[in-house]
Ligand binder design. Sequence first.
Ligand code: GUN
Ligand code: ZN
Length: 438
Amino acid sequence: MSVLLLRGRTLSFRDLPQSHDDEASHAYEEDGAVAVKDGLIAASGSFDQVSAQYPSADVVDHRPHLILPGFIDTHLHFPQGQVIGSFGTKLLDWLNTYTFVEEQKFADPGHCKRMATHFFDNLLRNGTTTAVAYCSVHKASAEAFFTEAAHRNLRMIGGKVMMDRNAPDALCDTPQSAYDDSRDLIDRWHGKGRALYAISPRFAITSTPTQLEMAQALKTEFPGCYLQTHLSENHAEIDLTLDLYQSARDYLDVYQMYDLLGDRSLFGHCLHLNGRERAAMAGTGSVAVFCPTSNLFLGSGLFDEDGLREHGVRTAIATDIGGGTSYSMLKTLDEAYKVLQLKNQVLNPLKSFFMMTLGNARALQLEHEIGTLEEGSEADLVVLNSQATAAMALRMETVRTLSEELFVLQTMADDRAIAGVYAAGRACHPDMSSDSGP
Ligand code: GUN
Ligand code: ZN
């Protein structure tokens, strides 16, 4: 098969940057290239070096843009594309007033299909090539999610939500049907092509103890699957959870009683954890997922990134569409910076770009598949234009370092800065022709 050579300023992380000028944390080539063969990265480095290795490759010249690994979003809701920007409520009212109403529409496979097209278009428009998604309770929603992802050859993780109480009847499954449907979906999709499955009990409030036992059974039977749920997002949610599970020591203990913690378990939000919960998260390798635009929009609280990391908790970052307000990981990191300012913590731009690439890949234990430009990695890439808007171009006149440029991108950019996106080596921006150059 022919080799495609993408030329541009390449940036790939090796490790968590310790400061805004931690040169060792990343590889940056001013005139770089990524060679793509059979959907994988065959080589990356300086253009001279890579083009000497592949002299007959087709070249797409993206200069002066940046080429990075595609962004990774570790928590969002496929059925909430038409929930974003719903006014005036906090978590539990927001769920009942808007979200549970919208999610009922996913009983219709035609609606699922249409929404899946929009969902992946929006992710790719924003440079996101891997996402971990909650589908609705309906098996058909997960089918539509995986079918569309497979059609586009995307590495995607998802699962149907399990929920059997405290929601409209039309959105409730049963412990047994949740188990059966999840199992069928795992059989059909987990490990097929680029798809992976996440067992998805929505949160303790919407699952009976019997249903959490079913989630536990699935996790035991399918240790290669992920598990995703919500944890400690707001105080009313915590109080209701502890009312429903009176023997639990705290919110996390509900999940711990059913053995749902682990190094493939992703807990959305984690805003109000106590010391015991933090220690249990750290001890089990569980991941706390920071969702800044959602946490601000729903007034839920401020994530303690430094505190969690200092206590050994693994963290990831995500949009949480549709409590979150933007599909853009750039906008997400912009809001993360502001949240951490309020916590007197400083998120340096190298760390931001690490988080949305290699950091999130590590949280998913997929760092050998995605998240870097290393040889052998899957060729999921994003091309960024730092002068995409007039305001950015003006600001860029004074930028001198890569770190400054990344911070301008994070602070000022949105989907207009996405100058190209590749999945498994194929150009796949929904609004650009497949031979998309700069
Ligand atoms: N907790 C349970 N379900 C949800 C959801 O859909 N969004 C958010 N932000 N929190 C939740
Ligand atoms: Zn969520």
